[in-house]
Write a protein that binds this ligand. Structure first.
Ligand code: GLN
Length: 458
């Protein structure tokens, strides 16, 4: 893995910070010694893990892809990172992302552009593009990302790997740099569902440092993959699959539609019943998401004032110190979000934007609930197209936002009861024409806290 990491890095640029090889070897030798001495080793013993750079790590920089946090080394590990280390996982580095997770291509990083390992002229998706590319290029075994509106699932789709966004509350957000707190979730990348499941098992559970983390018992996400039953086909008989009609309409690439339909008929062959379901409010999720996410982010980012973190401009009075540090530290997309969010929350416009977005949120949540009362899982594409060229949408924010249509809505189901829905993306086909050969991802959405279909675990 380290050889591949080094070899691929100049072209793919997945990492903002790479662990010294010496330290990786030392950690690996420690695991070896334990095994030799017949001591117990953890679930992730010796597994090389990449961590998105908006997740805090005590011994490495954590920039969230922003100049505002350049040089910042947190004095603590995020809970998810602490658990990875306690179980023997070895951190290979911090992966690139769109600044504060705001973007869909990783071009919004203040430091570098990451390339898609399948075609280096294309984007890896985002915002967890570094984590997805690193797993796709086999620079690490698994990686952690974060998903506020698709940032694990869409890059997994673009990079042809598995991306798992757990239920909101399943994994502690302590140490995850906040973008939109009611939507942010830490998620997992792997080259197989089993790997993503093992990593999820490692990081799940209640945490007294995050009041929104759930006290529900964590099922054994690894039990499905133990060596004895690893290769047994699972009984899919009776699984009710709903295919979301609105995600296979105009504006979605033909190859994406045919891949999803092919996956659906494959599921039918395996014993599932597949029916089409309609979620009429599905497309309303996109504008509602951008109003809500921008509003929350405008509030969350107020802490970067040049005093507590990162770099400070010289100024002779406080407001120009704040203003100057923020003007220099934030990139264009982040400023756009702060402006949109502040506008939506301002007294005169609150009812027209923020309140209406909350109302849409309720609508979307209800329609998902109804669809999941009738079906065990819902399926859709993870994105309307395969990966596109670097630069293609960089200067067209609305086109970039529109590409999030498949993934943003399910976050809106996080509401007062803080449930949210889990979703898994896995490769299901390849694009055609100009994007020939680039992977396409299938998204499977389940009920809250049902990452492992309960009939499987029974
Ligand atoms: N692309 C979406 C946004 O920019 C989602 C990002 C994310 O999930 N962090 O908000």
């Amino acid at each position: 893995y380290l050889t591949r990491l080094r070899a691929a890095e100049p072209r793919v640029r997945s990492f903002l910070h790479v662990t010294e090889e010496e330290n990786v070897f030392r950690a690996a030798e420690e695991v070896d010694r334990k095994i030799e001495r017949n001591e117990e080793v953890g679930l992730l013993a010796g597994v090389l893990v990449g961590v998105k750079d908006n997740i805090c790590t005590a011994d490495m920089p954590s920039t969230a892809g922003s100049r505002v946090l350049e040089g910042y080394k947190p004095p603590f590990d995020a809970t998810a990172v602490r658990k990875v280390r306690e179980l023997g996982g070895i951190l290979v580095g911090k992966t690139n992302l769109d600044e504060f997770g705001m973007g869909s291509t990783t071009e919004g990083s203040a430091f570098q552009v990451t390339a898609n390992p399948w075609d280096e002229s294309c984007v890896p998706g985002g915002s967890s593009g570094g984590s997805a590319a690193a797993v796709s290029a086999r620079q690490c075994v698994v990686s952690l990302g974060s998903d506020t509106g698709g940032s694990v699932r869409q890059p997994a789709s673009f990079c042809g790997v598995v991306g798992l966004k757990p239920t909101y509350g399943r994994v502690s957000r302590y140490g995850l740099v906040a973008y939109a707190s009611s939507l942010d979730v830490i998620g997992c990348f792997g080259t197989s569902v089993a790997d993503a499941g093992v990593l999820l098992h490692a990081i799940s559970g209640h945490d007294t440092f995050d009041a929104t983390s759930s006290k529900r018992e964590v099922p054994d996400f690894t039990s499905l993959f133990t060596s004895s039953n690893n290769l047994k086909p699972r009984p899919l008989q009776g699984l009710r699959v709903g295919i979301i009609r609105e995600t296979l309409e105009d504006g979605v690439d033909a190859a994406v539609i045919s891949s999803i339909r092919a996956a659906a008929s494959h599921l039918e062959d395996l014993g599932c019943s597949v029916t089409e379901v309609s979620l009429p409010s599905f497309s309303l999720g996109l504008p509602a998401y951008y109003v809500l996410a921008s509003s929350e982010s405008s509030s969350n980012l107020s802490r970067y004032d040049g005093v507590r973190y990162g770099q400070q401009v010289a100024a002779d009075e406080l407001t120009s110190l704040y203003g100057g540090s923020r003007a220099r530290g934030f990139g264009a997309e982040v400023k756009r979000r702060i402006l949109m969010g502040t506008y939506a929350l301002s007294a005169g416009y609150y009812d027209a934007y923020y309140k209406r977005a909350q109302q849409v949120r309720t609508l979307v949540k209800k329609s998902f609930k109804a669809a999941l009362d009738e079906n065990d899982i819902l399926i859709s594409p993870a994105a309307p197209s395969a990966a596109y060229k670097i630069g293609e949408k960089k200067n067209d924010p609305l086109a970039m936002y529109a590409g999030d249509i498949m993934t943003v809505s399910i976050h809106l189901s996080v509401n007062v009861n803080l449930a949210g829905l889990p979703a898994l993306v896995l490769p299901c086909g390849f694009a055609e024409g100009g994007r020939a050969g680039l992977p396409i991802g299938l998204q499977m959405i389940g009920p809250a806290f049902d990452e492992v279909w309960n009939k499987f675990s029974a």
